[in-house]
Design a protein around this ligand. Structure first.
Ligand SMILES: [Zn+2]
Length: 362
């Protein structure tokens, strides 16, 4: 869920030899095989050698169950069967989200409850030449080198590996030192997060949640930025410059460029420059010094990127050109102090084809 805010992707393969994961999963002592699945399926055979063994065994069982978004009944009843086989309490809300509770153990009985969350649906994509019905057919797991793949389809590691990590925790031995767990399995993440949005407020008691639906290995996010778009349409008063002004003025371009830019969500906290803001600061300083007229203003090219470049065409009375030079120089000096070495390649300059003086590098 967190990562969703930045990108949309699905997992085609999953690397399984991860020491950090191995160390976080308790060694299994008994199986939680779904009722009725006596003989190991071909998926279970495919992952038999993988570690942590119990995690991948669950993943193989999960892969046998078709689970497109909005068709999660089968996977939810499998999870309920898993809970029943362990005498673990379950609760489900109206939209289908399921929680399985495990009391604290091994000394963690009094610890605050931890919610472990994953979503049960998966992105269903297949290669053109693969015959596969995501509503009926199991995902076919295959191990190639260090990687676990699916044959011709998406693997469903998003978020199957999160779901199975929760199951492996629920399957920990009674002596394992664990806090009370509420393993939350949400529905329909991939087509609009309707499960998470519709979660019943009384489904959970825990106030601490680990969301296992991530795309960045080894990183834990402790907060996130939301996303929102604003579209502002402003009507700008325009005026004709007139013959008199035109004959005693010159046109310049104020240019801001060479900034680092970057993702507006990821790099916003690094203090990087925003070319549009810098440009407007320069223009305000210029307008304080002279009757500068702005003819056009543009900058930035993506709504989720910090603007690296911006420019404005301005008309400056010829008599005020030295004052404008001064205003630009002051702005450049201010920026130098503000950004230090961070934006060392940044530039604010005035450009005019007939005035060599006008280029001032930051
Ligand atoms: Zn996901």
């Amino acid at each position: 869920m967190l990562a969703r805010l930045y990108s949309r992707s699905y997992t085609l393969s999953f690397k399984f030899v991860r020491p950090s994961l191995r160390s976080t999963i308790q060694a299994p002592t008994r199986s939680m095989t779904a009722p009725g699945a006596a003989a190991p399926s071909s998926n279970e055979q495919a992952v038999a050698a993988l570690q942590p063994n119990q995690l991948f065994k669950f993943f193989a069982q999960l892969s046998d169950i078709p689970r497109p978004s909005k068709q999660e009944d089968r996977v939810l009843s499998w999870l309920k069967d898993c809970a029943k086989a362990r005498n673990l309490e379950t609760k489900q809300d109206k939209v289908g989200n399921l929680v399985i509770r495990r009391p604290g153990s091994g000394g963690g009985e009094q610890a605050p409850t931890v919610v472990i969350q994953g979503h049960v649906d998966m992105v269903c994509e297949k290669n053109k030449d693969t015959a596969h019905d995501f509503t009926k057919d199991p995902i076919r797991l295959v191990v190639k080198g260090d990687w676990l793949h699916a044959q011709g389809t998406t693997l469903g590691a998003d978020n199957g590996i999160g779901v199975c990590t929760a199951l492996a925790l629920l399957d920990s031995p009674p002596t394992a030192k664990l806090p009370p767990l509420e393993c939350l399995f949400t529905v329909d993440e991939e087509t609009g997060l309707t499960g998470a949005f519709g979660i019943s407020p009384d489904l959970l008691e825990g106030r601490t949640m680990l969301n296992l639906d991530t795309e960045d290995w080894g990183e834990i996010f402790i907060g996130c930025a939301g996303g929102g778009d604003n579209q502002l349409q402003l009507t700008m008063p325009m005026e004709d410059i007139g013959e008199g002004v035109a004959s005693s003025s010159s046109q310049f371009v104020v240019n801001v460029g060479g900034l680092l830019g970057g993702h507006s969500g990821l790099m916003i906290a690094e203090g990087r420059g925003n070319a549009l803001i810098i440009l407007v600061r320069a223009l305000r300083r210029m307008q304080a010094a002279s009757a500068v007229r702005v003819c056009s203003l543009s900058g930035g090219d993506k709504r989720n990127a910090l603007p690296r470049e911006a420019q404005a065409a301005v008309v400056v009375p010829d008599a005020d050109v030295p004052a404008i030079q001064q205003a630009i120089a002051q702005t450049v000096e201010e920026l130098r102090v503000e950004y230090g070495l961070l934006e060392k390649v940044g530039a604010v300059c005035l450009r005019h084809p007939r005035h060599a003086w006008a280029n001032k590098q930051m």
